[in-house]
Design a binder for this molecule. Structure first.
Ligand code: MLT
Length: 264
């Protein structure tokens, strides 16, 4: 069911499917909830999957608050409150969605009963990465998202996905092309400003799955193994044949690993 949920100054467009323990899935940049299509299909057999478009993405409103990872976490806590009241929920985020999941742990630890960190980073941007993001933001404001839709897939996807899964490439391009350039620019600036989550790693005490595509060049397996090693309650899983987007590239193995984690 696609529904719109008020979080105060905005409504978030949200897919909710299935029954059982709620599982909130937070999308990456510059995507929307449609990246979780295979998880909405499969994981909804055992849990209530909640997949929103973050503020400004997909069909969600931009609202009036400043865009930040911390604000996105506040938005999702409100969304969860509207759907499940005070109940703790299982939270999974990919890449930028992981930055937001970390912020949920920081601000609303009582909300998070389990954590899935997929292809994400705990560190903040260094100065040169932050500068590059601001330059890209300026260029997108001027020229739109066309170059992003053309160039990003090769960075995000495993070469095998690029060559032999045209439907994944199409779906990825469609999500990037439908993104609003101003929103893309604002989130780039928000990621450049985000704080490090390294201080949280030693504090996380809920069961945590750290999962990473074998060929992820953005949040590499080496870096993600280090994240897992610093969380006392974490296990690490590698998804072969995937780049930065295992839920789309290798949905079968990804869903199996997530399902085993959630039901284990
Ligand atoms: C994402 O997939 O959300 C982005 O790669 C995050 C980032 O650029 O840091």
């Amino acid at each position: 069911m696609l529904t719109r949920i008020s979080i105060g100054d905005a409504e978030l467009s949200t897919q909710v499917r299935g029954e059982g323990d709620p599982l909130l899935l937070i999308h990456g940049f510059p995507l929307n909830h449609a990246m979780w299509e295979a998880q909405l299909e499969s994981l909804s057999r055992t849990c209530r999957v909640i997949a929103p478009d973050l503020r400004g993405w997909g069909d969600s409103d931009r609202g009036s608050e400043e865009i930040s990872m911390a604000q996105a976490a506040r938005d999702l806590d409100r969304l969860a409150a509207a759907l499940v009241g005070d109940q703790p929920i299982q939270v999974g985020g990919l890449s930028m969605g992981g930055y937001v999941a970390f912020e949920m742990v920081r601000q609303f630890p009582q909300r998070v009963s389990r954590l899935i960190l997929a292809d994400t980073r705990a560190i903040a941007d260094d100065a040169s990465t932050a500068r590059a993001r601001r330059i890209t933001a300026a260029s997108i404001r001027e020229k739109g998202v066309v170059s992003l839709a053309a160039d990003m897939p090769a960075k995000l996807l495993h070469p095998f996905t690029m060559e032999s899964k045209p439907e994944v490439l199409r779906s990825l391009r469609r999500m990037i092309e439908m993104a609003n350039p101003e929103i893309v620019a604002e989130y780039l600036e928000a990621m450049a400003r985000r704080r490090s989550s390294e201080d949280l790693l030693g504090q996380i005490s809920v069961p945590t799955l750290v999962v990473c595509g074998s060929h992820d060049v953005i949040s590499t397996p080496t870096e993600m193994r280090q994240i897992a090693s610093r969380i006392a309650t974490a296990s690490f899983e590698l998804i072969e044949g995937a780049g930065h987007l295992p839920p789309m590239e290798q949905p079968g193995p990804f869903n199996q690993i997530v399902n085993a984690f959630l039901t284990g």
